[in-house]
Write a protein that binds this ligand. Structure first.
Ligand SMILES: NC(=O)C1=CN([C@@H]2O[C@H](COP(=O)(O)OP(=O)(O)OC[C@H]3O[C@@H](n4cnc5c(N)ncnc54)[C@H](OP(=O)(O)O)[C@@H]3O)[C@@H](O)[C@H]2O)C=CC1
Ligand SMILES: Cc1cn([C@H]2C[C@H](O)[C@@H](COP(=O)(O)OP(=O)(O)O[C@H]3O[C@@H](C)C(=O)[C@@H](O)[C@H]3O)O2)c(=O)[nH]c1=O
Length: 299
């Protein structure tokens, strides 16, 4: 299998480079043309969507995996053009190129396509209503992929974190070393999901040579608030000797932590379709957290 992987330096992209290796040849791209370890790779700039079809034509992949995205939720509010270019126009261009040569496109989307007023885990066909620019741009990207005629798998995931990269876990560990007290919203509920889980599930699904296009929810199971996640991060890091002392982790309301972008109050995703369609069991978010904490460097 010849796989073109866009966004090879991101949280999910980095994990995919490892998980996809047994499936065939992986050609990774980054914005700069270099991987984080300095190795040269292909270059792909989502700010120039029109250039992406030529890349696909040159690489001639069987599968294109798009793990690149504009993921700065608050910054997107003030730069909707950049968010829509990377999250909607670039996937649209990739999908058109895939349709032309019958390549399979794997694309990732987000729980932030929902408004969070739900009271049970969201299913794939529940009504979407993003609260902010990031969610709206990701929804437009999903739709462009579906409309393209390309064979596709769209995985909606949520609250992604890893031992590296920019994410909530690493922010909490940094703040925990600097402060005696963390104040974290307790009225936004979701499912923290390790990037390695997303990558491993993607590889397992691809290994089954799926014949049907569609959208599947893919997160760790269970649910917690950002506050609950922060508490578990701090306690788990302390227990592993990664934090010398434990700061207090205070629950606060969303109103007490104003941000440019509104976020859904409840964005738990129902992943039962993925589990039954592909025979994949998903771990609880606490199990995923333990795995990532175990992988963190000490000190
Ligand atoms: N992070 C999360 O909490 C969630 C993420 N998702 C989705 O999962 C997917 C993977 O996300 P994740 O791995 O966390 O994202 P990251 O933010 O870790 O990585 C995104 C990657 O996209 C690349 N990128 C951003 N803008 C451009 C651009 N203009 N041109 C080329 N490359 C660009 C970045 O490259 P560079 O390193 O050069 O900046 C970066 O490596 C995305 O589709 C995201 O929307 C869904 C739910 C939650
Ligand atoms: C740093 C910090 C954040 N918060 C709040 C702000 C926000 O409501 C919540 C999460 O903060 P973040 O800004 O780190 O997370 P955010 O960027 O909203 O994370 C989202 O990213 C995109 C890409 C997705 O697709 C989503 O699934 C989700 O993971 O925690 C606190 O309450 N206290 C704090 O000290």
């Amino acid at each position: 299998m010849r796989i073109l992987l866009l966004g090879g330096n991101g949280q999910v992209g980095s994990a995919l480079r490892r998980s996809l290796a047994p499936l065939g040849t992986v050609i990774a791209t980054t914005r700069s043309g270099a991987l984080k370890d300095g190795t040269a790779c292909e270059r792909a700039d989502f700010d120039v969507p029109d250039a992406l079809p030529a890349l696909v034509a040159r690489i001639v992949p069987d599968v294109v995996i798009n793990a690149a995205a504009h993921t700065a939720v608050d910054r997107a509010e003030n730069d909707a053009e950049a968010a829509f270019r990377a999250n909607a126009q670039a996937p649209q261009a990739l999908a058109a190129a895939c349709a032309e040569r019958d390549a399979l496109l794997v694309h990732y989307s987000t729980d932030y396509v929902f408004d969070g007023r739900g009271t049970r885990p969201y299913r794939e066909d529940d009504a979407t209503a993003p609260l902010g620019v990031y969610g709206a741009s990701k929804l437009a990207g999903e739709q462009a992929v579906r409309d393209s005629g390309a064979r596709h798998l769209i995985f909606r995931t949520a609250w992604v974190y890893a031992a590296h990269g920019s994410n909530f876990l690493r922010t909490m560990l940094r703040l925990a070393r600097e402060r005696d007290e963390l104040r974290v919203v307790a009225d936004q509920v979701g499912a923290p999901t390790p990037a390695v889980l997303i990558a491993d599930v993607t590889a397992r699904v691809l290994a089954q040579a799926p014949s049907r296009s569609g959208t599947w929810h893919l997160t760790a199971t269970g649910a917690t608030s950002w506050h609950g996640f922060a508490e578990a991060i701090v306690a788990g890091a302390h227990a592993r000797g990664l934090l010398a002392r434990m700061p207090r982790v205070l629950p606060i309301a969303t109103a007490d932590y104003p941000t440019p972008a509104a976020r859904p109050a409840y964005s738990v995703l129902d992943c039962s379709a993925l589990q039954s369609d592909f025979g994949i069991e998903l771990p609880d978010w606490r199990t995923g957290l333990a795995t990532v904490l175990d992988a963190l460097p000490r000190g």
